[in-house]
Design a protein around this ligand. Structure first.
Ligand code: ADP
Ligand code: MG
Length: 270
């Protein structure tokens, strides 16, 4: 009897492996013991196991999507201090975390000075999109332009464009930090217009609209780029000075207080 049981368990594991159900294989015996203790019927047992398998699959594919999005550093909304950045509309950000803008093929533009949390917010929003099952890629704009220029004359250009075309959300970080060459601007425009109404874009930039011509070169191209980007677009402004600078100042102030306090204590004591 014992040996038949062992044999059927071995066979079961073999079948589960062929069927590619690793979580069912890992959990079936433990859940069986639990189901027996709970007096759960066969269907309830099967339900528990299939739920576990699905949960594990979703978790693994979300991890894969985060990996292929290639975030430079992971950031979440939990660590974003909204009080330090009052110009950022918390209600709008919460709405965007629902990712409906991706279904509606809308764009998000994050505008503000360096260090004001644009990449942080863009990463948090894009990571949420990964968790919800969307295909995402995060890339610095200069890196994208360099890759496009390098691939321009080869067949890899089409492959690269094909990869971008498969995305649901493309994050172009730091548009405008470095002026693009004429070719670079045209290639960037090509990516933006291909994405238009097909793939959502999140663009972070330190540039106000009126300065975009300086980066993209021609007024015609700037007009056409802005036209596509800002049609159906949510704008988040991260006004003010760098968060790290604010943080450093706050720390300095705290340090100054702890230095002055003992002095005051000494003078009252004397
Ligand atoms: P930007 O992209 O606007 O130049 P970052 O998003 O890279 O700025 O922010 C710079 C650093 O400061 C990052 O480490 C980021 O996590 C942090 N930071 C910026 N704003 C905030 C904020 N409001 N709350 C918490 N951390 C912030
Ligand atoms: Mg940034």
């Amino acid at each position: 009897m014992k040996s038949t049981e062992t044999k059927s368990v071995v066979l079961l594991h073999h079948h589960l492996k062929s069927l590619r159900l690793p979580t069912v294989a890992a959990e079936c015996e433990k859940v069986a013991t639990q189901a027996a203790a709970d007096n759960a019927d066969h269907l309830a047992y099967l339900l528990r196991l299939t739920e576990l398998e699905l949960l594990e699959r979703e978790k693994r594919s979300a991890e894969r999507r985060v990996k292929s999005a290639r975030f430079p550093t992971m950031k979440t909304l939990e660590t974003f201090d909204f009080a330090a950045r009052p110009s950022v509309n918390k209600v709008l950000v919460a709405e965007l975390m629902r990712c409906e803008y991706i279904d509606n093929k809308e764009n998000i533009l994050l505008v503000g000075n360096p260090g004001t949390g644009k990449s942080h917010l863009a990463t948090a929003l894009a990571a949420q999109a990964c968790a919800k099952g969307y295909r995402v890629r995060f890339i610095r704009t200069t890196e994208l332009v360099t890759a496009l220029i390098e691939a321009r004359d080869e067949r890899s250009f089409l492959r690269l464009k094909g990869q971008f075309a498969k995305l649901d959300l493309l994050v172009l970080d730091e548009l405008g930090y470095v002026p693009a060459s004429k070719v670079g601007s045209e290639l960037l425009f090509d990516v933006i217009s291909t994405a238009y109404e097909r793939t959502s874009l999140i663009v972070t930039t330190n540039l106000p609209f009126e300065s975009w011509t300086e980066v993209l070169g021609s007024e015609r191209l700037t007009g056409a780029t802005l036209d596509r980007l800002t049609h159906r677009c949510r704008i988040i402004e991260t006004k003010g000075e760098s968060y790290r600078l604010q943080d450093a100042k706050a720390r300095n102030n705290r340090a100054a207080k702890t230095v002055t306090n003992p002095v005051r204590e000494t003078s009252t004591a004397s």
